[in-house]
Design a binder for this molecule. Structure first.
Ligand code: AQP
Length: 344
């Protein structure tokens, strides 16, 4: 394996994105994020991280966090993230993220954080009991992006607001200190805003923290497991419609057809036309075969990697070294602008 330190030329910018190790990776993470990251490697300098500092904004069992951190890294590699050309690392291995986040805690205004809808969603009704980390999470996300002066940030629709906040923080920092340290990053909406929904309830997002294991297809699921889950996926009694308009009010049918379209790289219109009038039982067989064909090789590679944790750790160590080499001078620029006495 190469160290991947050779500079690549002709790239259109620098990408930063991450996944929280809050559980097993699922089809939503793959179709909504990972698959796009893999494609972006061709055109951008990419940094991808397992964002463990973000994960602990809600309670994580320590042993489970450790396991999931390696597994998410394995899932990224097995999906096609190439550690030789991209920088793949664990967020807590690069202390500059937390160091810059503290500076940003002092730059961002409370009023800005109060407007973040994701805090309201994640904290739920009992806001008083939410961690302070969950509240300042967007400042850490801004630090993740800006510590590398990333120019583009692939995000789901629900994270777009955080990238806008990142731009506000970058601008305020530059203005307050009379410098031009940070570029203003652009959000890139992942998978054209694709949202994969729960197999049990078409109105809820497929999510790592979903309690029912039948709601998610995990990248670690066997062919048999995938088949069982698709068989049990919630549907309605009618055959599949012959137009996209016919999916109105049929969230579960729309979700399964969307998954099929994404897995076969066709449009929803084409998927609907292909299965018009089919019974769910017939369609589910096709969907299962397709999902197994796409996810089978990823599952096998994840297993191979997870059987050799030392290999994963080595990849992550090299990634952290590469990331630190980019972040350290940026943090030094920030500390100088702020007026911190240099450590001798
Ligand atoms: N259901 C989904 N459909 C499309 N994209 C999805 N992503 C997550 N779920 C779906 C995308 O995966 C990336 C990593 O997400 P994350 O783990 O950092 O955070 P998340 O979006 O909060 O994912 P989960 O699974 O819902 O985690 P928990 O349950 O811990 O909150 C993101 O780019 C996201 O858009």
């Amino acid at each position: 394996m190469t160290s991947g330190s050779t500079p690549r030329t002709g790239l259109s910018g620098r990408i930063l994105s991450g996944i929280k190790p809050t559980g097993d990776l699922h089809l939503g993470n793959y179709l909504g994020a990972l698959r796009n990251w893999v494609a972006m490697q061709k055109g951008y300098e990419c940094l991808f991280c397992v964002v463990d500092l973000h994960a602990i904004t809600v309670w994580q069992e320590p042993k489970e966090l450790l396991r999931a951190t390696r597994e998410v890294a394995a899932g990224m590699i097995a999906s096609g993230v190439d550690p030789a050309s991209s920088t793949l690392f664990v967020q807590s291995h690069v202390p500059a993220h937390a160091q810059l986040a503290w500076v940003f805690n002092c730059v961002a205004r409370l009023g800005w954080l109060n407007r973040m809808t994701q805090f309201k969603d994640k904290a739920g009704k009992n806001r008083e009991a939410a961690s302070a980390g969950l509240y300042v999470y967007p400042n850490l996300m801004a630090a993740d992006i800006l510590v590398y002066k990333a120019t583009h940030v692939p995000v789901g629709e629900d994270q777009k607001q955080h990238v806008e906040l990142t731009r506000d923080i970058a601008q305020k920092f530059n203005n307050d200190f009379g410098v031009n340290v940070f570029p203003l990053p652009e959000p890139v909406i992942e998978g054209a805003g694709m949202r994969i929904m729960s197999l049990r309830d078409g109105s809820r997002k497929m999510s790592k923290s979903e309690p029912s294991e039948f709601a998610c297809i995990y990248l670690t699921d066997t062919a048999d497991g995938i088949s069982q889950k698709i068989k049990r996926a919630t549907t309605d009694p009618n055959p599949l419609p012959d137009s996209v308009a016919g999916l109105e009010g049929r969230a579960e049918a729309a979700n399964l057809l969307n998954i099929y379209a994404a897995l076969t790289d066709c449009t929803l219109e084409q998927a609907v036309a292909e299965h018009a009038g089919s019974q769910f039982s017939q369609f589910k067989v096709r969907l299962t075969d397709t999902a197994v064909a796409v996810l089978g090789p990823i599952n096998a590679e994840m297993k191979r990697l997870m059987d050799d944790p030392a290999e994963i750790d080595l990849i992550l160590k090299r990634g952290a070294d590469k990331a630190t080499a980019i972040a350290a001078p940026v943090l030094a620029e920030v500390y100088k602008a702020v007026g911190f006495l240099p450590a001798s």
